[in-house]
Design a protein around this ligand. Structure first.
Ligand code: 7BC
Ligand code: NI
Length: 129
């Protein structure tokens, strides 16, 4: 199976949100629940100005590919500014967070080595920042 997806092709998919992550919304692009893919999954997320993808961890490794804006990445307590063009590797079980204190929306693709996003169990950590 080979297919191409982009944000235009999922324009009829509702943005997903959760109260846990204020100002964060996302869509699914490659996901077993949407297109029968397997092995890897990919979605696109936005952290709106003031938004916070709060400190969490999960067993699968994760990659971010930043497409627009900038944000503060919390690397298990160490803060680093990241921006469009950056890629981020997050080892499984490493606590991480994204906070957007800019006036511009931060956008990124995430990739998990799982069939589907729903296979990833999100565990919250206390954020001291
Ligand atoms: O954007 C989301 C929404 C839960 O997840 C991908 C980012 C992450 O760090 O797991
Ligand atoms: Ni994560």
């Amino acid at each position: 199976m080979i297919f191409v997806k982009n944000l235009a092709s999922v324009s009829d998919q509702e943005w997903s949100t959760t109260e846990k992550y204020p100002g964060v919304r996302w869509k699914f692009l490659v996901d077993a629940d949407f297109n029968g893919s397997k092995g890897l999954s990919c979605g696109f997320a936005e952290v709106l100005p003031g938004g916070n993808l709060t400190l969490h961890h999960h067993a699968p490794d994760e990659i971010y590919v930043v497409t627009h804006g900038s944000a503060t990445l919390n690397k298990s307590g160490e803060l680093e500014e990241i921006k469009k063009g950056d890629v981020v590797y997050i080892q499984g079980d490493a606590s991480h967070a994204l906070k957007n204190d800019s006036n511009e929306t931060f956008g990124f693709y995430w990739i998990f080595p799982t069939d589907r996003f729903k296979d990833v169990e999100y565990l919250s950590d206390v954020d001291h920042n």
